[in-house]
Design a protein around this ligand. Structure first.
Ligand SMILES: C[S@@+](CC[C@H](N)C(=O)[O-])C[C@H]1O[C@@H](n2cnc3c(N)ncnc32)[C@H](O)[C@@H]1O
Length: 233
């Protein structure tokens, strides 16, 4: 089995998701790079964002993904996240209709309520991605889409770097990170009944190097991946 510990070159102290994001929230939006996820969303040919009726934003965090959706014409968005401090920032941003504190694998929201589910930059925190594909499938209406943006396993392994932040005391802290091979994502989605309709990979390119010049050594390496899945029906 592929385990992050086998690749870890940083050996930072690791905290759980709620503890980690509860602290990172103070600097999260200044440190996460839009080229990681939003640039990939920009490249997707589907969904037709302006025709989305209602979206569920799984792992909505501070509302970055939600704000991007609103800017691309998605009017109604509900959000779910495990970390109350991240949800509080989202609440102030005001881009979601409802915000629910829950695990993305067991949201408690109504089945078949959404024509779009989206989960961006969250998969590496899940020990197993299959329950996320299952919950998104339950929440989606027939014909609905699931957009999943993932931290690329190649990059996690090559850089040996977990998702991490610098705490208020200056200590670098890792947030529990798991490596999911691309085949693991595909297998989980197909097993649930999703149909893969589009896939993109983001690489360390000029856009990346403009914001992270010290990543020159990673030029050309894939760093993120986006999958678009459709629920039959
Ligand atoms: C890197 S942030 C991404 C937030 C937002 N989608 C974005 O792109 O900025 C990851 C978020 O996922 C949340 N998260 C991680 N595991 C979760 C789980 N099992 N259930 C719900 N939320 C989770 C964290 O609390 C955090 O807010």
């Amino acid at each position: 089995m592929t385990q992050f510990a086998d690749f870890d070159t940083r050996n930072y102290r690791t905290v759980d998701v709620r503890t980690g994001y509860g602290q990172w929230v103070a600097t999260y939006e200044q440190t996460v790079e839009d080229v990681m996820d939003l640039a990939l969303l920009d490249r997707l040919e589907q969904p037709s964002w302006t025709t989305v009726r209602r979206a569920i934003d799984l792992g909505c965090g501070t509302g970055r993904t939600g704000a991007w959706l609103r800017n691309h014409g998605v009017e109604l968005i509900d959000g779910v996240d495990l970390t109350p401090e991240m949800l509080a920032v989202s609440r102030r941003k005001g881009v979601h209709q409802t915000l629910t504190e829950a695990d993305v694998t067991d949201t408690g929201l109504s089945s078949g309520s959404y024509d779009l589910a989206i989960a961006s930059l969250i998969d590496e925190h899940l020990p197993d991605v299959a329950p996320l594909y299952a919950e998104a499938f339950r929440l989606a209406e027939p014909g609905g889409l699931f957009v999943m943006v993932a931290f690329h396993p190649h990059f996690i392994m090559t850089a040996g770097m977990p998702t991490h932040f610098t705490s208020a005391t200056g200590e670098p802290l890792a947030i529990s990170t798991h490596v999911h091979l691309l085949s693991t994502q595909i297998t989980a989605g197909l097993a649930e009944g999703w149909v893969l309709t589009e896939m993109r990979e983001g690489v360390i390119d000029e856009g990346w190097l403009a914001v992270k010049p010290k990543w020159e050594r990673f030029r050309g390496h894939p760093v993120s991946a986006a999958f678009v899945w459709r629920k039959p029906g």
